[in-house]
Design a protein around this ligand. Structure first.
Ligand SMILES: Cc1cc2nc3c(=O)[nH]c(=O)nc-3n(C[C@H](O)[C@H](O)[C@H](O)COP(=O)(O)OP(=O)(O)OC[C@H]3O[C@@H](n4cnc5c(N)ncnc54)[C@H](O)[C@@H]3O)c2cc1C
Length: 300
């Protein structure tokens, strides 16, 4: 990252929340389920489907984990009731992963039971590397019980090649992304090129293995590589989809839809918007720069 960008990003936590909230608006559907429903409807009108995510991670009490489970279940009821073209994404730390693996597994199982009743797909998001083994373990157990589930793998981790190989043999439904958390050079590729190369190798392994893949990226290099693979292998619609984040590269999303590809948007919502938005700003220091400009404009 450019030095100036590093300085901008490092200063973000000092900015008042109300200013951050204004700029976070592009990345989150809003704070309530009603906001999320409205966003999904709007996307449907643009031929884009969604995955809804209730924001909130790193909780510290059982009560918070149970509240988070209930919120996810409310989303499932809403998807069914409102006939939304959406599935659900969950983060295991918000469901108690750091409190206990069994406790978390039971919370997830409860969500998957409700989802299965409606035939709604549930995606296990992947968090930082301290969660990878447990997330995969819980996924493998529950995927055997609830096949309408999938997992995320991150191309920046060295271990992902082995993880993917094991999961591919079970014909798992993947979302493949680069990975958003800061990981140490001993366990993760650091350069953009290495992360891209790893992504392409993994995507190839997953599609060759006959798995459905959610190609989650806004990186034109990777989108072009994926398109070449789709053409070269003659992949059909039921074998892949592109996935993008709300508020990022909508022109690329429109092009993919226009060219006949299935596109799904990650639609986060909820009160706990701050951590998620800060990660998005760090990915895009240009937007972080606007936050600073807004601050200084107010103070002039
Ligand atoms: C649907 C989806 C789900 C994801 N789930 C996970 C997950 O479970 N675990 C995980 O670790 N990571 C997840 N990620 C994040 C992912 O790992 C990357 O951090 C993120 O997608 C940025 O990488 P990129 O491939 O888009 O490439 P980049 O090189 O970061 O982005 C390519 C281009 O997209 C634009 N862009 C990217 N980010 C922004 C932004 N915030 N604001 C404005 N423009 C931007 C810029 O033009 C940039 O040049 C997910 C991403 C997507 C799309």
């Amino acid at each position: 990252m450019h030095l100036l960008n590093k300085i901008v990003v490092a200063g973000l936590p000092a900015i008042p929340k109300r200013i951050v909230r204004f700029f976070a608006g592009r990345y989150i559907a809003g704070e309530t389920l009603q906001h999320a429903i409205a966003t999904v409807r709007q996307l449907s009108a643009e031929n884009v489907c969604a995955t809804l995510d209730v924001l909130g991670e790193d909780i510290s009490t059982r009560e918070e984990a149970i509240a988070s489970r209930q919120q996810s279940n409310e989303v499932l009821h809403a998807i069914a009731r409102e006939k939304l073209d959406s599935n659900l994404s969950i983060k295991l730390t918000s469901l108690g992963l750091k409190i206990g693996k069994d406790f978390c597994g039971e919370n997830v199982r409860e969500i998957l039971r409700v989802a299965a009743g409606y035939g709604i797909f549930v995606r296990f998001d992947m968090e930082d590397s301290t969660c990878t083994t447990d997330t995969i373990d819980i996924f493998r157990i529950l995927n055997a019980e609830f096949p309408n589930t999938g997992i995320v793998l991150q191309s920046y981790l060295f271990r992902t090649e082995n993880d993917a190989r094991r999961l591919v043999s079970g014909k798992v439904n993947f979302r493949l992304c680069k990975g958003i958390y800061k990981e140490h050079k001993e366990i993760a590729f650091q350069s953009r090129e290495e992360v891209q190369q790893s992504y392409i190798r993994l995507l190839d392994m997953m599609v060759q293995g006959g798995c459905y893949v959610g190609i989650a990226t806004h990186d034109s290099v990777l989108v072009d590589a994926a398109l070449a693979m789709i053409r070269g292998m003659g992949l059909q619609k039921h074998q892949y989809e592109f996935q993008m984040l709300l508020g990022v590269r909508s022109e690329l999303r429109r092009t993919l839809v226009r060219d006949g590809h299935k596109v799904r948007l990650y639609v986060p919502f909820g009160e706990h918007w701050y951590g998620y938005s800060m990660r998005r700003f760090k990915e895009n220091p240009a937007v972080a720069g606007y936050v600073f400009k807004a601050l200084f404009a107010r103070n002039r």
